[in-house]
Design a protein around this ligand. Structure first.
Ligand SMILES: Nc1ncnc2c1ncn2[C@@H]1O[C@H](COP(=O)(O)OP(=O)(O)O)[C@@H](O)[C@H]1O
Ligand SMILES: [Mg+2]
Length: 344
């Protein structure tokens, strides 16, 4: 963890005012290379194709690459300009894309310190993101388990976690999830020294030995703590996306993760979907083109549509549900000409 300000101050002052609106999706992973940015980009484009106004924010401040992956070579402004205070409003740094309904906030890569903004800058950024006007805001976070990424993830009402069915990726995923959960707990109980001491004790004793005690100890502490914990557990529902899936083993792993998390931490991990490893994704990626538009009939596109449907996002702004992938293709078809890369 390498925030510039102590954790406790973070806990004390990061009040409810920094909580984001419902239509904001954070995309995290806990490990680089899982396909997080690819997912964030294509999720944004899917929503755009359905007719929504979307803002895609590249908040992977250490490794921003979304503008490149969308073929936008030299953005005028980046988040660096906002974090450094060179511009006052995020709306000033919105970049257009070939789609009039998709706008982009590019990440800043050229200054290392930007990847670790000061605490007040971070709060300002979270608040400003929530004030932007859009149908949906998709925030691509960095893969590291830093307070910045955890706080962005926790403040977004919907958090996607992208992983792969490989030990190193699953480990990164668990580490991120555990850290986000504990941080959320600390935030929730920030005024309760006794519960904070239970959480700190849990952290100090190590995760494998103490985990079963944590939830039980908080539940047992007081009626009030019990009620507060239960309502937090209901709202903490990260959505799991398995990417680059090569076998049915991923479904089994997802089931095991669900049971493990529910048993040990008491919250329900939601499975948003399984996106196969698909050559078309790699081919589109290599050309800096979104696979959803370049290869709309690919198996990854179909799987992304299934994710939309599983999350109840397969609707137009008027609330018309798009029930089948074949219907969704028609939306992609009308979105594609703006990008000049599609022959459906
Ligand atoms: N479903 C997929 N099938 C095949 N390759 C994929 C898939 N999703 C992502 N990739 C590849 O994985 C690599 C990393 O993707 P990227 O989105 O940049 O990851 P991250 O943002 O997590 O670091 C890219 O080469 C991309 O083409
Ligand atoms: Mg990325």
């Amino acid at each position: 963890m390498n925030d510039n300000q102590p954790d406790l101050q973070d806990q004390e002052s990061s009040g409810r005012e920094a909580v984001l609106k419902k239509n904001i999706f954070a995309v995290a992973s806990g490990k680089g290379g899982t396909g997080k940015s690819t997912f964030a980009i294509n999720l944004s484009l899917a929503l755009t194709a359905l007719g929504h106004e979307v803002i895609l924010v590249d908040a992977d401040l250490g490794g921003a690459d979304i503008s490149t992956l969308l073929g936008i070579s030299s953005p005028r402004y980046t988040l660096k300009d906002f974090i450094q205070g060179d511009v006052t409003y995020l709306s000033e740094i919105l970049e257009t894309t070939p789609s009039p309904r998709l706008r982009l906030i590019c990440g800043g890569t050229d200054i290392v310190s930007v990847s670790n903004p000061y605490y007040q800058q971070k709060l300002k950024l979270i608040r400003s993101i929530s004030q932007m006007k859009a149908g949906y805001i998709v925030v691509d976070l960095g893969p590291d388990i830093t307070f910045n990424n955890l706080d962005f993830f926790n403040s977004a009402p919907v958090g996607f976690l992208v992983t792969q069915n490989m030990d190193a990726m699953i480990l990164g995923f668990y580490r991120f999830l555990k850290a986000a959960f504990v941080r959320r707990l600390k935030q929730e109980f920030r005024h309760d020294d006794y519960i904070l001491s239970i959480i700190n004790d849990f952290q100090n004793r190590g995760w494998s030995h103490a985990r079963r005690d944590l939830i039980g100890s908080i539940r047992a502490a007081s009626r009030e703590a019990h009620v507060k914990l239960e309502s937090m557990l209901v709202t903490f529902q990260p959505k799991l996306v398995f990417n680059m899936v090569e076998s049915s083993g991923a479904r089994k792993t997802a089931d095991q993760m669900f049971s493990f998390i529910l048993e040990n931490f008491g919250f329900r991990l939601q499975t948003a979907g399984f996106i196969p490893r698909d050559r078309d994704v790699e081919r589109a990626y290599a050309r800096n083109e979104p696979y959803l538009l370049r290869f709309p009939r690919s198996s990854a596109s179909q799987a992304l549509f299934d994710v939309l449907a599983a999350c109840n996002l397969n609707c137009t702004p008027d609330g018309v549900r798009v029930p089948r992938f074949s219907d969704f293709l028609a939306y992609l078809k009308s979105e594609a000409p703006a990008w000049q890369l599609l022959k459906i």
